[in-house]
Design a protein around this ligand. Structure first.
Ligand SMILES: Nc1nc2c(ncn2[C@@H]2O[C@H](COP(=O)(O)OP(=O)(O)O)[C@@H](O)[C@H]2O)c(=O)[nH]1
Ligand SMILES: [Mg+2]
Length: 431
């Protein structure tokens, strides 16, 4: 009887997974492993402003313009994001993917997380105020907010972050950051802003770096891979994602196969290499659904030479990438939670000390406020009296004496002047 109940519930669970994965992307299918508890804690800390003070684990994509960063993220999340040729991503987009719990029900919310110390245009809505939106307008809403953020900027990128929180049954809890493409040429303000945005994330030990490299470029000259290795020389928090596998010139596949099978000469222990096939521009135009894309990708790796012959298949496809990201993020959350706790304690201590310097709280009641005011004035008078009584600093007397003399002279001058005929006439004219 027990066995039968277990089988039935396993079958129902399978059915549920199948049903939800249709609409929610590949990350649904990855096991949850009580990750929600840890991520909930980080979310709470973030909502209380922690993310500006202390970095928390998340995954960030970096790479050249049009290398397939946004396409990879939409493939992972199952959500249509702005993408295409040219510079489409002009502000950081934080994708918070979460499974529902008792407090948070299913839905998509969007808001802007202002960059500290950076003015935000007055016509930009939603700063700090999450608004629920329908799935079919996600891409348009992001585009609209981006346009508003940069409308009056001389630099056509923004330092503020657009946050998209997706709560959906079966979704693996994970935070992914989409960034503008690296600008290779020149050294203008746009390049500086984008470089700083990328560096802001990849410098943080807690962050997983995903260099996105299209298979139709030379790996050795890949700027994003070199940048990732510069900040993570051991490669322990770097997961390289190779895109546009369908666009490799015939016969040039072997060098990519080599990397997957034997590693890369610049760093042997890099945590992982993954190859994915996203939607081509033509498939986007033809409205190929993300669900159909996943089926097409599986077929591609199973039937296209030389991928069909690759023995080690754990690097192939978006599902493999999702699984690797999920476990690495969990690993880093577990690794960094104790240090985050320490950092919070330190921050709390320094903030309390800073707070002490401001004195006691201002009372709510009017009478008590007046009393407080009189106390402050009386304290001030005592302080001044002390200075004078001590009389240590003779200069104070000297300065006051001189100031008093000048004031006195001015009054006398006015008095004399007030007696003259000229003064009287001038006064008459004014009236
Ligand atoms: N053929 C093909 N095209 C892709 C692939 N990944 C992305 N693209 C296309 O490359 C263009 C740029 O993609 P996008 O994701 O916006 O690049 P991003 O600038 O790095 O975010 C779009 O037209 C995508 O459809 C891929 O794996 N294969
Ligand atoms: Mg993009």
């Amino acid at each position: 009887m027990l066995k039968r109940t277990a089988m039935l519930s396993a079958r129902n669970e399978k059915k549920r997974m199948k049903k939800t994965s249709v609409s929610s992307g590949i990350l649904n299918e990855i096991s949850q492993e009580n990750s929600r508890q840890h991520i909930d804690l980080l979310d709470k800390l973030n909502q209380n402003g922690l993310q500006h003070q202390i970095p928390t684990p998340k995954c960030v994509v970096i790479g050249d313009q049009s290398s397939g960063k946004s396409s990879t993220l939409e493939n992972l999340s199952g959500l249509e994001l702005p993408k295409g040729t040219g510079t489409v991503t002009k502000a950081a987009l934080e994708l918070e993917l979460r499974s529902p719990n008792q407090i948070e029900r299913e839905g998509i919310t969007i808001w802007i997380q202002p960059c500290p110390g950076e003015p935000i245009p007055s016509n930009v809505p939603l700063h700090g105020n999450p608004e629920r939106i329908a799935e079919n307008i996600v891409s348009k809403t992001i585009e609209g907010l981006t346009e508003k953020l940069i409308a009056n900027n001389s630099v056509k990128f923004s330092k503020h972050t657009i946050v998209l929180r997706v709560v959906r049954e079966g979704l693996t809890d994970m935070t992914l950051i989409d960034l503008p493409g690296m600008i290779r040429l020149g050294d203008g303000p746009e390049k500086t802003l984008v470089d700083n945005l990328i560096l802001h994330y990849i410098r943080q030990e807690e962050v997983i770096i995903i260099p996105v490299v299209p298979c139709n470029v030379d790996l050795d000259t890949s700027a994003c891979l070199n940048l990732a290795l510069e900040h993570d020389p051991s490669g322990e928090r770097t997961i390289v994602t190779l895109t546009k596998v369908d666009l490799i010139d015939k016969g040039a596949e072997h060098k990519w196969l080599n990397v997957l099978e034997r590693g890369y000469h610049k760093v042997k222990n890099i945590i992982g290499w993954y190859v994915v096939k996203n939607r081509s521009q033509q498939q986007v135009t033809n409205e190929l659904s993300l669900q159909d894309l996943q089926e097409e990708e599986i077929k591609f790796f199973a039937t296209t030479k030389p991928w069909d012959e690759l023995k080690n298949r754990k690097s192939l496809g978006i599902k493999a990438l999702a699984s690797a990201l999920s476990s690495l993020q969990m690993e880093r959350i577990k690794k960094f939670l104790p240090t985050i706790k320490e950092k919070i304690k330190e921050k709390l201590k320094s903030t309390k000390e800073e707070l002490k310097e401001f004195g006691d709280d201002v009372p709510q009641e009017k009478g008590a406020q007046l009393g407080k005011c009189l106390d402050i004035i009386s304290d001030l008078c005592k302080d001044i009296k002390l200075i004078f009584d001590d009389n240590k600093d003779k200069k104070v007397w000297q300065i006051i004496h001189e100031e008093f003399k000048t004031l006195q002279n001015k009054i006398y001058e006015t008095k004399n002047e007030a007696g003259t005929e000229d003064y009287k006439n001038a006064l008459k004219q004014k009236n």
